[in-house]
Design a protein. Sequence first.
Length: 223
Amino acid sequence: MNKPLTQTIGIIQVKGGVGRSTIATNLAAVFSLRQPTALIDCDLPQGTSASWYAVRKAELPPANLTLAIARDYRELVSRAQELSREHRYLIIDAPPRIAEMTRAIIVMSSLSLVPLGASAAEIWSTADLLQTINEARQYRADIDARIVWNRYRGNTREALEVSEAAGRELGLKELATRLGYRVAYSEALARGLSVDEWLDRNAHAEILALAAEVQGILKEKGK
């Protein structure tokens, strides 16, 4: 029986503080419940995902979850090739404002997720990412990059207006799942946990829905 192909999910954004590491660590934890998963932290020296993993390893030895770091795109390619031999999923936490690394992550990824908060400023900053995505399409025509709304307050008029503006100005598909503005995400991150393992039932449901949606997209691509 052939081994299933490794699938790579890149979490990309040019702006800092938008929730890349939050999404990367939560997806890595949930995916690793069923399949060997590797989390690659490229956001150095900050290394939020690496710090999360270190706390997790000390408190709750992670089964099926491996951490790697990459300081540049050459090291990233090398690490990914090594990890793909034994892991079903690779989840890459990208750095902000490094076009070369971000472009490599987009080209490598089966699916790129673009975290976006519901503010005009984040849409403006994300517009800078479109050039890098378009450059990546010169290497691979089937690039798939999609917005994942984070810290989203869906019951506000501003959130609805910003969502409409993002569709017009960015032209990227959106995931149906939206992550709310919840302290559970930062609290779980600080303890080396996912919100799937935390006390907030709403955050728990959100991250499981996000993981299921991402896996559904990847399943379609694997057909």
